[in-house]
Design a protein around this ligand. Structure first.
Ligand SMILES: NC(=O)c1ccc[n+]([C@@H]2O[C@H](COP(=O)([O-])OP(=O)(O)OC[C@H]3O[C@@H](n4cnc5c(N)ncnc54)[C@H](OP(=O)(O)O)[C@@H]3O)[C@@H](O)[C@H]2O)c1
Length: 366
């Protein structure tokens, strides 16, 4: 067993549900010693995803693990996604070695911290050559959701068209790029904004076929620029990140009997659909949740998906999500107080909740 000096863990935690700015605080505790069957991890980076926020608020179905961390009782470490490097491996652990990069095997691990002890079941080793820290830290949620939604609901053929709202989201960017790699065309709806043209150009640069604002989509009697392209085949799949009334105009464009998948509710509004879209258009409405898919499917199928996605990354077909990388600190190089770490984290957190920010916030621990 490789024995290393046990580091102090600096973690962003909460001990009750509530508004993140009120309940989150940094704590420090000693990493528990390695056992023959455990691993020691050093986190490299973690994103702040919308579901992390919902989890802290207590409205996400996956509940965190409230437990004792050092002297802190009933405390949960926040964060569900991230990439870590293995820095300690128990004698009886097979197939994982020091230096490997791992991502989380399930939600609610608590990734907003500098170090953690884990079991091999908690993690998935990834072949990280050719993958940057940001893409590795954001691998298991957004690209996997995009991959599954494009694959599992309708048999898309090369040249087919799909439509999605929230197209500049992390999931939306992955949908555009994976679809492009599979020769599927995407019609992408984003909210109107001052820098609409700039965002449109960016989404086209990563492979979007068409980009339209929600306002233009809702304008009556519009001749859409893609009408000629979809003649005879229509739009085969809709992906809904946003909910609210704006989904009506997107759903109206889907071909008869096609699926509309709801995976997010960024507007925090209910999904509003007229009966005619069910009765006459015969649309099929589904929900998608990555956590459920992970639970219901064997690890081998998950590995097959991750390997496909990693291959796309290595081929340059799936870039880093648009992001801001934030050096949170917290490692041994800097001996700052928990209060300072809390304040630093909340500043990053604030950016993650700003509308039209256009970038995922990444917390870097190195
Ligand atoms: N079901 C699943 O398995 C699954 C998996 C991954 C993600 N998700 C969900 O998918 C959604 C996007 O996640 P993400 O990680 O891709 O998010 P993200 O990268 O943080 O992007 C957030 C997106 O939401 C848009 N948005 C923010 N506030 C909005 C509002 N009031 N009305 C309409 N659009 C708004 C943003 O657009 P602007 O630029 O216009 O602000 C942006 O496109 C979240 O709801 C998340 O929980 C679900």
């Amino acid at each position: 067993m490789f024995v290393h000096k046990l580091p102090k863990v600096r973690a962003i935690t909460f001990n009750k549900y509530g508004s993140p700015t009120e309940v989150l605080r940094a704590v420090t505790y000693q990493l528990p010693p390695l056992t023959p069957t455990t691993l020691h991890l050093k986190f490299l980076a973690s994103p702040i995803n919308p579901s992390d926020i919902n989890q802290i608020e207590g409205v996400y179905p996956v509940k965190p693990n409230f437990r004792t961390l050092g002297e802190h009782e009933k405390t949960a470490v926040a964060g569900n996604e991230g990439v870590a490097q293995v820095i300690g491996v128990g004698d009886k652990v097979e197939d994982i070695k020091i230096g490997d990069w791992v991502v989380m095997g399930k939600s609610a691990f608590g990734t907003w911290r500098t170090h953690a002890d884990a079991t091999p079941d908690d993690v998935i080793r990834i072949p990280h050559e050719g993958i940057g820290i940001v893409r590795a830290a954001t691998l298991t949620v957004n690209p996997c959701s995009a991959y599954r939604m494009l694959k599992d609901f309708v048999a898309l053929k090369e040249g087919d068209f799909i439509i999605q709202n929230g197209a500049n989201s992390g999931v939306g960017q992955a949908v555009i790029q994976i679809a492009k790699a599979w020769n599927i065309n995407t019609i992408n709806i984003i909210r109107d904004r001052q820098n609409f043209q700039e965002l449109k150009d960016f989404l086209k640069s990563i492979g979007a076929t068409y980009v339209i604002s929600d306002k233009d989509l809702q304008a009556k009697n519009r001749e859409f620029e893609w009408n000629k392209d979809i003649e005879g085949k229509g739009i085969a799949l809709g992906l809904n990140c946003v909910c609210g009334k704006s989904v009506i105009s997107m759903a109206k464009l889907l071909r008869h009997s096609s699926p509309l998948i709801t995976y997010g509710a960024m507007s925090r509004q209910p999904l509003t659909i007229p009966a005619s879209q069910l009765i006459f258009q015969d649309l099929r409405f589904f929900g998608y949740w990555m956590a459920r898919w992970n639970k219901e499917n064997p690890k081998a199928k998950r590995m097959e998906m991750l390997n496909d996605i990693i291959e796309l990354i290595k081929q340059g077909k799936l870039r880093d999500v648009v992001c801001e990388e934030n050096n949170w600190g917290g490692d041994d190089k800097e001996d700052v107080s928990d209060d300072v770490l809390t304040q630093r984290f909340l500043e990053i957190f604030k950016k993650a909740t700003e509308e039209f920010r256009g970038a995922k916030q990444i917390i870097k621990m190195i």
